[in-house]
Structure formats: structure tokens, C-alpha cells
Design a protein around this ligand. Structure first.
Ligand SMILES: C[S@@+](CC[C@H](N)C(=O)[O-])C[C@H]1O[C@@H](n2cnc3c(N)ncnc32)[C@H](O)[C@@H]1O
Length: 262
């Protein structure tokens, strides 16, 4: 039964771009929690919440790539050419107004990184022109969205950045990640709670790095402030208080950030 449901989901129009290992993991876990007739529907609902809800319409990545190439012919301003892409994903769209301060304040605490692993990256790696990274900083990014990962690699190549920026399909519950200075886990923790709350402390403990940057949105996707800052503060503090990590907290207009020194 599980294999049939996984096949049906990965061959569906909407979910064909999700990492099949993630679909299989979610179907297995869902099948433990509900009656068989609801497994496919409930698995799709969860996949929508963790992956599908951040784009108003799933992007036509080929068209975006072509547009970027055209815009690069008209402008040398790399930020200007990337901005329209960042705006299509709610997480990066919300970060644009705070972008310069956002990375600057984080790196003031961590120091300038020589390697970054960005887990559940969305389009965040394309914010690199706002990050002021050292020219030899390596940046590896991972997400469960196969087409988004291909798109990121295409854009890195077009921008001549593919030596140091690389994107991969990866699921934080399944895959392991190389050692690095900084792990970005931006706006991810609430989604991990939806998937497997009990695993979150282990995941954070097992990450091999100097710093983990965990962030939370402070407004809902509809733009409302519904006590999210205080709820998410409780969520993360209940985890980190069990560990001997040094924590710094940064509050931006649209995002709450915890810098964890391991
Ligand atoms: C709210 S978006 C955040 C994107 C990006 N981190 C940012 O803040 O700009 C959540 C991202 O997490 C990814 N995701 C969800 N569950 C994941 C998992 N188990 N492993 C890896 N990525 C995951 C989704 O595909 C989506 O791109």
C-alpha cells in the first residue's frame, strides 16, 4: 500500500518535483497515524504545508532563468536582476526589506564564515549579493524541491558562481551534511515540528558546525502578527535550554533569529 501511494504522489502534477525519499518518509509516518483511506490525502496535506505553500503559484523556473539572462544583458546590477526572483518565494520576499542588516548582524556574531550549509534553503542562497561573503566562502544548499535545486544551480552557473555555490536535493530527516562554519536553518523549525517534533533536538545536536542560525517568521503568510514571536521563542527556548549552547537573539521587523554557538 505504501509503495502505491508514494508512486501516486510522485507522479502527480503538483508533487512530482518533491524528493521521492521525503514523500516516502511522510507516507510511512502518516500511515502509522491514520486509517488507510486517509493516508494519501493526509500525506499530500502535510507536503503542501511543508513545501507547497510558500509560492502563490509554483514558478516556471525555465522562464525565470530566461528572464534573468535577458535582464543581465540590460543591467550590470546583480541585485536588481535577482530581486524579481526573490520576490516569488514568501520567505525571501519577506526578508528583502531587512536583508542588509540581517546577514550583517548575524556575521557580526559568528565572524565572516568560510563555509555555509543552508538546509531547506528555498531561494535564500540567491541572497548572496546581500551577504558580503568572503570570495573563498563555500556555500552548499539543500532542499526537498528537485526543480528548485536545479534552478539554483542554473542561476549559479549563469552568474559564474558555480565554483563556490552548489545546491543539492536533501532532506534534513534523512540526509547528512558536511562540516561547515555556519548552518542556516531559516524559517524551518516550525516545519520540522509538523514533520517529526521528537527528532528536532537530535538533528540540532548532530549537525557538525560552529554555529546554527535558526529563524522564524514573525508574521503569518497572510501578513498578520498573531503572537508568533512569543510562540516561537517558547518553541526554541524549550529546546536550547536543554543544551549547553551559547545563544544570541536578534529581532528583525519580520524575522526572529537565534544564533547558536555549539
Ligand atoms: C519556509 S521555507 C524557508 C526557505 C528558506 N530557508 C528561507 O528562509 O528563505 C521552508 C523550506 O523548507 C523546505 N523543507 C521542508 N521540509 C524539509 C526537510 N525535511 N528537509 C529539507 N528541506 C525541507 C521546503 O521545501 C521549503 O523550501
Amino acid at each position: 500500500m505504501i509503495d502505491n501511494i508514494v508512486d501516486s504522489i510522485v507522479s502527480s502534477k503538483k508533487y512530482k518535483g518533491i524528493y521521492p525519499k521525503t514523500v516516502e518518509r511522510i507516507v510511512r509516518e502518516t500511515s502509522r497515524r491514520c486509517v488507510s483511506k486517509d493516508v494519501e490525502k493526509n500525506s499530500k496535506n502535510l507536503l503542501h504545508q511543508i513545501w507547497g505553500s510558500y509560492y502563490t503559484h509554483y514558478p516556471d523556473f525555465e522562464k525565470l532563468t530566461d528572464n534573468l539572462k535577458k535582464n543581465l544583458q540590460d543591467s550590470n546590477d546583480i541585485k536588481e536582476t535577482i530581486l524579481p526572483i526573490l520576490k516569488i518565494h514568501s520567505s525571501t520576499a519577506e526578508r528583502i526589506p531587512i536583508s542588509i542588516d540581517f546577514y550583517k548582524k548575524i556575521f557580526e556574531i559568528t565572524g565572516s564564515p568560510s563555509s555555509i550549509v543552508d538546509i531547506a534553503c528555498g531561494l535564500n542562497p540567491l541572497m548572496f549579493p546581500w551577504m558580503s561573503l568572503a570570495s573563498d566562502c563555500k556555500y552548499l544548499s539543500y532542499d526537498i524541491d528537485i526543480f528548485e535545486v536545479e534552478f539554483l544551480n542554473d542561476i549559479f552557473s549563469i552568474l559564474g558562481q558555480n565554483n563556490r555555490f552548489k545546491s543539492f536535493t536533501g532532506d534534513i530527516f534523512i540526509d547528512s551534511f558536511p562540516y561547515c562554519d555556519i548552518v542556516f536553518m531559516l524559517k524551518l523549525l516550525p516545519l520540522l515540528y509538523l514533520q517529526d517534533k521528537g527528532e528536532v533536538v537530535n538533528i540540532l545536536s548532530n549537525l557538525e558546525c560552529n554555529f546554527i542560525i535558526i529563524s522564524f517568521p514573525t508574521r503569518s503568510l497572510s501578513g498578520k502578527n498573531v503572537g508568533m514571536e512569543s510562540n516561537y521563542s517558547h518553541m526554541i527556548e524549550s529546546i536550547i535550554n536543554t543544551q549547553k549552547w551559547k545563544i544570541s537573539r536578534l529581532v528583525f521587523r519580520s524575522e526572529l533569529v537565534y544564533v547558536i554557538k555549539k
